[in-house]
Write a protein of this length. Structure first.
Length: 159
């Protein structure tokens, strides 16, 4: 049986990285051999060597410039590969993930499915077409008042 591809998707501030870290923690608890990768483009935090959430969760990660570097750094005995901010990778991420899956390794990625214009973002549409399981997370718009009227505060499914 081929291993599975799981995609965690949602808008900004929806907790995608928190969910990724939760999944990592679950695999750590199960004593799975895992590796965590992130795009070196993601420089939002003070540490390039970890995935970090807005809520404060953090886990060590290997930053890579290209998808091929994931294959180059893949350990022989790894059972699960995690990739954060997958939308930042170029089109080579899809065949890289397919190769990892063909090796019998489970892959869990997190990313934005669309940009701020609600246009498909990076390779996420292709990954979502190939996915075995999708975890959709949502955000909450910030509540603002304008002349005592509620402007937002609702659930957000888009960035």
């Amino acid at each position: 049986m081929a291993e599975r591809l799981k995609v965690i998707k949602g808008p900004m501030f929806s907790g995608k990285t928190d969910e990724l870290i939760r999944q990592i923690s679950s695999e750590v608890h199960a004593e799975s051999k895992l590796q965590v990768f992130k795009s070196s483009v993601d420089v939002r935090w003070d540490s390039l060597n970890s995935v970090k959430s807005h809520a404060g969760g953090e886990f060590p990660a290997i930053p890579v410039d290209t998808p091929i570097q994931i294959l180059e750094q893949l350990k022989e005995d790894v059972e699960v590969v995690f990739i954060d901010e997958v939308q930042f990778f170029d089109k080579e991420i899809v065949p890289v993930i397919e190769e990892i899956l063909e090796r019998g390794i489970k892959v869990i990625v997190a990313g934005l499915p669309t940009d701020f214009r609600n246009e498909p973002f990076g390779q996420m549409p292709i990954l979502l077409a190939k996915v075995d399981e999708v975890v959709s997370v949502t955000a909450r718009c910030k509540f603002k008042e304008n002349n005592h009227e509620r402007i937002c505060g609702e659930e957000a499914t888009r960035t």
